[in-house]
Ligand binder design. Sequence first.
Ligand SMILES: [Zn+2]
Ligand SMILES: [Zn+2]
Length: 255
Amino acid sequence: MSLQFASLGSGSSGNSTVVRVKDTLLLVDTGFSAKAINERLETLNVSAADLTGILISHEHSDHIKGLSVLARKFDIPVWLTQGTFRKLKDKNIPKVEFIHPHGSFCIGDAKVTPFPIPHDAAEPCQFIIGDGKRRLAIATDMGFTTEYVLDQLSGVDALLLEANYDGEMLSNGSYPWHLQKRIDGNYGHLSNEQSAALAAAVEHSGLQKLCLGHLSENNNTPDNALGSVANRLRRADENVHVLKRHNASPWYAVA
Ligand SMILES: [Zn+2]
Ligand SMILES: [Zn+2]
């Protein structure tokens, strides 16, 4: 199996995904402590010392918490945009590779295609990672679905998709008005409904794995996210995985 991935945890409080392409092991985002990331990697029978590289989507703390410590401790090169790098508080990273959100590149056996996302960060992008045959897309932290994002996600073989909030829970919840506006604005996050529409638009018979992630702790539940999205899809509910907030998923193979 040449393309595999696993979530180390996904939610508004932290996000990290490990992707294996043949002998290349990549970590996308480091939203947990270096210690927690390493412990969760070990439950998947790999270690931070095995990482070929780290990709960072943007500078929000739920994506970079363990970054500098992890990169220094295990001497791992980091790929990120100049805008994201400029916003890092701890820039002491042994090796930095700057990327352009529209430019594909290779790391070992992995082909990485970044795409810009509408989100309130300096220069945010997400990633499609492939082995030359199969492709996994990670699509979280988006205020809405741009035509370009939709285009990029069409035809992928696996998708880790944001389902951040339930619209009713957000508007009836305790968040102050300005925070509600930030989350449901065009540079915030995808609601379950937006996520469902996007999933329905890109679902095809070759979409082998669909995982929902980046759920809000206060404004969503796994059942609500799954219900909204699965309702719009042709596949059965059990073929949509809701990622855990603080636990690693199993390895998912994309055959
Ligand atoms: Zn963010
Ligand atoms: Zn985030």
